[in-house]
Design a binder for this molecule. Structure first.
Ligand code: SFD
Ligand code: AMP
Length: 624
């Protein structure tokens, strides 16, 4: 076996991940842990300052309720999320995050994040729930607070977590390896807070060749949260609810600021406005088709119908929107000044969070005030924190969750000792960066309560840990055993390199599970065939080969993606309707069926039996 030293770290609460939810968890856990003399440890595969979805920064905070201003209520937010997800949402979880998110935003500001203010000193809103920020250093600011709270000695960076350590059905830690040093890590803990983000590159991306790797969501979020919870035997929810964002084409610049702040239209290649011309289509998706704003997936759907009719390209009419705002701002001089201001804001929107889009504008001689830019529906992502909903099924808060949704500790999964937040927890969409941080705080407080109530040190089975180590390092062994048996180490009948494995997974998902090249359409027959092919892939995953630690990480990232893929295929196969047509369309079940399918689709992988169970859970509304 590969010769990696084992380092054992003992702690009370282990936070896996170092993104928005994990940083929120760190700050809150440190506070409560101090009162109880407990230790908190955080592990990130990257460096916390620039890891996860917010690595490049962001230009808006997308969840701010503004309870103090009296304009919005927590109930308003729950209604918004419920409609956007076509009725499928855990209102108790959304409610809990919404009532705490403002305080998180105020902390960000206190820690030094510049939030735009108007002449009266009020926050500048992008839309009803969104605030504009100068956010290039957003993650650095949030990470600094987390690091100060925990202390550098309790943070492990560049350590990739592979999976859980289980003991009698309870999670008692996690295992992983350093991606820089030859070291295998065993983290022993009384509770684990999972916050390793969502999953990217499960589906074939639009980007190819030298642009490969460019995605909207961060490519290094590779399904580790889903794998961790699934492997522990936790119940998962909304695995069918992928997110397809519409983005500026090829560099994935976000559209929110254009639609909401600049009030831009999008039009097709003939100049038609699909939101107007295809309005009648929304009738088919009532009651959700009739709410304002139109749910994200239905906005996508109207655009996709144009694309399928060959009416592309679709353009964001940046030039029209900017000129309109400028011309409304007064005389010619005032309009000129306003135009300059808007130009700067438009570039900053991208420079703060999607630098490559600004580079693409520069490279294609695009001045947004002069010419429109193409937008397109991106490949599917798994993300419980934005407008998708996949994640673990977690307990709600005691004071508002119905009995069916409460089992002792807020945000604990159905497996004791595992808490989830951000992309890792499901059915509580639209938390974004701020809500993920707030949810991390909620989950951490609950995890500390759980540890205080369960103080006994867990037992460990060394044979099990040795077996996990052998399994995790196997790709290194496979490579060293076989790489010399062919003249080119890339091509070898005894193994598969992680990159090739990823291509194979992406091809299956793209062609059978409704990816970009299938126009997001699939059916029972296609899904069954795809599932069949995934089983062959799973068999071959044992032949993954890694030439170094970096490839070892790539190998496990792909195993994680593969599990996310299988959960997704099983969930869309089970839900016999089309509910989110702009996310995926079941051609054999082309309509929404409120009577039978206004339910959650949940699932579990049963560790002992190595079997999947897919079933429904009721939707219990708490906001009328
Ligand atoms: O424009 C392991 N998001 C936006 N949120 C906003 O509030 N405003 C915006 O403007 C946003 N937009 C946006 C957003 C994201 C991206 C990529 C772009 C634009 C281009 C969404 C938020 O960023 C998102 O909701 C939160 O960040 C989610 O938080 P969290 O904690 O669930 O995920 P994370 O921050 O990505 O962190 C994941 C962490 O896990 C680590 N990790 N660590 C150890 N072992 C493993 N195996 C691991 N796997 C992953 C990562 O390194 C990271 O630390 S806009 O689109 O609307
Ligand atoms: P995005 O940049 O697409 O991630 O959007 C940022 C925020 O604006 C999210 O909360 C979106 O749901 C919201 N949003 C984007 N476009 C629209 C739109 N056309 N109508 C209403 N809300 C939108």
């Amino acid at each position: 076996m590969a010769n990696l030293k084992t380092q054992v770290v003992e702690t009370d609460l282990l936070i896996v991940g170092g993104g928005m939810a994990a940083c929120g968890a760190a700050v809150e856990a440190a506070y409560w842990a101090k009162q109880h003399g407990l230790k908190v440890t955080l592990v990130d595969k990257a460096a916390v300052d620039r890891s996860g979805a917010v690595a490049m920064g962001l230009s808006a905070i997308n969840q701010y309720v503004g309870i103090k201003d009296g304009k919005n209520t927590v109930e308003d937010y729950v209604k918004y999320v419920r409609s956007d997800l076509m009725g499928i949402t855990r209102e108790d979880l959304v409610y809990n995050i919404a009532r705490h998110v403002d305080s998180t935003v105020h902390l960000f500001e206190k820690w030094g994040l510049p939030i735009w203010k108007d002449a009266e000193g009020n926050y500048v809103h992008e839309g009803r729930w969104q605030l504009m920020i100068n956010g290039e250093s957003y993650k650095v600011v949030v990470a600094e607070a987390a690091k100060n709270a925990l202390g550098a000695e309790n943070i492990y960076e560049r350590v990739f977590i592979v999976g859980p350590i289980m003991q009698g059905g309870v999670c008692v830690g996690a295992v992983g390896f350093s991606v820089r040093e030859e070291r295998f890590y065993v983290f022993k803990a009384k509770a684990v807070l999972v916050a390793m983000g969502g999953a990217v590159h499960v589906f074939k991306p639009r980007s190819s060749g030298e642009g490969f790797g460019r995605a909207w969501y961060p490519p290094w979020n590779s399904g580790s949260s889903a794998y961790f919870t699934l492997k522990a035997g936790a119940e998962m929810t909304c695995q069918e609810v992928r997110f397809i964002p519409v983005r500026f084409k090829d560099a994935y610049g976000p559209v929110g600021a254009w639609f909401l702040l600049f009030k831009s239209r999008a039009t097709n290649g003939m100049g038609g406005d699909y939101m107007q011309e295809r309005k009648d289509e929304l009738e088919k998706w009532v009651p959700y088709g009739k709410v304002k704003p139109v749910p994200a997936n239905l906005r996508n759907w109207l655009m996709m119908l144009d694309v399928m009719d060959g009416k592309g390209p679709i353009y964001m009419r940046t030039e029209e929107a900017i000129t309109k705002i400028a011309s409304e701002s007064g005389d010619e001089k005032a309009a000129k000044k306003k135009l300059k201001e808007l130009e700067a804001e438009a570039w900053e929107d991208f420079l703060d969070m999607t630098i490559s889009q600004a580079i693409l504008w520069a490279g294609t001689d695009t001045a947004p005030e002069e010419k429109p830019s193409e937008i397109a529906a991106a490949e599917p992502y798994f993300i419980g924190s934005h407008s998708g909903a996949s994640g673990a099924w977690v307990s709600g808060p005691k004071d508002i969750a119905p009995n069916e949704y409460f089992w002792g500790y807020p945000n604990m999964s159905t497996v004791e000792g595992i808490f989830c937040a951000g992309d890792a927890s499901g059915a509580s969409s639209h938390k974004f960066s701020s809500g993920s941080h707030a949810e991390g705080r909620i989950a951490a407080k609950a995890a500390i309560d759980y540890i205080v109530d369960h103080p006994a040190a867990p037992n460990y089975d060394q044979a099990q840990i040795d077996a996990l180590k052998a399994e995790i390092l196997r790709p290194l062994d496979v490579y060293s055993q076989f790489s010399k048996t062919s003249s080119d180490p890339e091509i070898n009948p005894n193994y598969i390199r992680p990159k090739m494995f990823m291509f194979r997974l992406q091809k299956i998902m793209d062609e059978y599970a409704g990816g970009v090249s299938s126009q997001f359409k699939t059916s029972k027959a296609l899904l069954e065939k795809g599932l069949d092919l995934l089983q062959y892939l799973k068999v071959d995953s044992e032949k993954l080969a890694a030439s170094d630690l970096h490839e070892l990480m790539r190998s496990w990232e792909n195993v994680h993606r593969m599990w996310q893929a299988e959960a997704h295929v099983r969930a869309i196969l089970f839900r016999e309707e089309t509910r989110w047509p702009g996310y995926y369309f079941r051609s054999d079940k082309p309509a929404m069926n409120e009577k039978d399918w206004k339910v959650f689709v949940n699932m579990k992988w049963l560790p002992k039996e190595n079997k999947w169970e897919v079933f429904t859970r009721p939707i219990i509304s708490i906001v009328s």
